[in-house]
Structure formats: C-alpha cells, structure tokens
Design a protein. Structure first.
Length: 108
C-alpha cells in the first residue's frame, strides 16, 4: 500500500524519448498559446475572449501531446478538456448567430 501511494508522487515516465520530441513545434505551439492568452486579456468582447481562451487550450493540448505523447495521463486530461472546449465553441458560435435575419420575408 505505501509503495502504491509513493508511485503517485514519482516523476512520470516519458512516453516519447527526448530525441524524438519536435522542440520547434512545441515552442511554436506554446508561443501561439501565449499570444492567444494575451489577446484574451486585451479584447473586450465576450465572444472574442471565449474564442481566444479556447484557442489557448487547444494549443496547449497540442503541445502537451507532442511533448508527453498520446498515452500520458496529462494528455488524456487535456483531451477531455479539449472536448469540453469544442462544445463551448459550438455553443458560443451558435448563440452568436443572429437567427432572426435568416428568416425570409413572408409572402402576403
């Protein structure tokens, strides 16, 4: 039992060897996430803030997937968060559409 508790705090085993990590792509993803985070802080409109926040999370997921691999726990958690972000993006975009203008004029 104590050994299993200590295993929770042990450093994780890397799924991808360090030689195979594309550091250029990971740094680019992190840079894009940082720019989107700054844009989220700058914009005043709620829709743009939500879009930038969701874009930040998606970029962090992609960087996490490249750095830790597809099978790591943190990547799986980020995968579920990205699925939630996709749902949030769908709701934000659908709510932002002015549905009243899509209706045609009635023929009298």
């Amino acid at each position: 039992m104590p050994y299993s508790l200590l295993a929770l705090f042990a450093p994780p085993v890397r799924a991808i060897p360090a030689e195979e990590i594309p550091f250029g792509v990971v740094i680019a993803e992190l840079a894009i996430a940082f720019v989107l985070f700054l844009a989220m802080l700058i914009f005043r409109q709620r829709v743009l803030k939500i879009l930038c926040a969701c874009g930040t999370e998606i970029c962090l997921f992609l960087a996490c997937k490249l750095f830790f691999g597809s099978d790591s726990i943190i990547t799986q958690i980020m995968c579920w968060l990205t699925a939630a972000v996709a749902c949030i993006l769908t709701v934000v975009i659908v709510n932002h559409i002015n549905w009243g203008n899509l209706r045609g004029k009635r023929d009298l």
